[in-house]
Design a protein around this ligand. Sequence first.
Ligand SMILES: *Cc1c(COP(=O)(O)O)cnc(C)c1O
Length: 373
Amino acid sequence: MTARGEVSNARATLPIRADLAGRRPYGAPQLQVPVRLNTNENPYPPSTALIDDITHAVAAAAAGLNRYPDRDVVALRAALAGYLGHGLTSAHVWVANGSNEIIQQLLEAFGGPGRSALGFEPSYSMHPMIAQTTATRWIPAERTDDFRVDGAGAVAAIRRHEPDVVFLTSPNNPTGTATPLEVIDAVCAAAPGIVAVDEAYAEFARDQAATALALLPAYPRLVVIRTMSKAFALAGARIGYVAADPALVEALQLVRLPYHLSAVTQAVGLAALRHTSELLSSVAAIRAERDRLITDLRSIGLQAADSDTNFVLFGRFADRHAVWQALLNRGVLIRETGPPHWLRVTVGTEAETATFLSEITALTAGRADVMLP
Ligand SMILES: *Cc1c(COP(=O)(O)O)cnc(C)c1O
């Protein structure tokens, strides 16, 4: 892979799996610009108190690094179960290096050659991408024009395709749309296999009661995926987790690599969870900033989708790449993703969001040619 993303001549001659040949790795640009609003990170860095606690925890872990870490990650699983509530215990929780590794383990255990996974698009691009690398056939199903998962349509698609795994991202990335619990319930009732509800943005939802955790007692094949990368402001630590029936958690351990989660990562996760209320204190501010941003985008004549996440999908642009590039030229990096003609912006600090707003206003004000109706 070259810097610009083409497949190099050298790679093209490698004896790579036929189904991977010519593909590109995941690649949201990581550019050093003043305002980075492209990968849905939490804009607030850890506090001094949290940095100190992490430093001490890592120092203690360092003293034992000659030994392998706890293979079963028991302490961190128990702490995460305590955070989730809903009567969950460490036996209901599994942890990995980011929820992307959770998704990989799920597809290794329940997908794979001869099996299929279905998702409602537009949604998170890593679901089909990890399906591909685990040789799981991907079945795209549709969302409505306003980005919802229609209950009857979802049930019909599941009955028609009988997928081994159903992915339902709620709140959804890149649209911001939450799916009501009744629809998730109907999907679980119809699905012949695993239902994976990806709740990476759960803490940002307007209706906090809408979590699929509430459905776990009713559905032993339901898994609820969470992450510390977004609300917990810990993307750099790579900690994702899942809540499910204990038998399902045991099944995931069949495919995990031995000692997959380093002692350092486990120590960082435990230290961070001791600061849960501090870490989550930014969530309320981000939600308020998000709602303001939506109102402001609409007030300058743009469309902005309702959002239960820390980002906003907005548009619609005749040439979205030109708008993305013009913003980048002005030092504001957002994401060119989602349905055609839309762009996605992560909610940053108040100052970052204000900069984005003034730049997008300058780019679009009085420019009927830039926008689509
Ligand atoms: C950001 C995101 C994740 C998080 O991935 P990590 O590997 O935990 O950082 C998972 N699912 C969705 C839908 C996301 O947008």
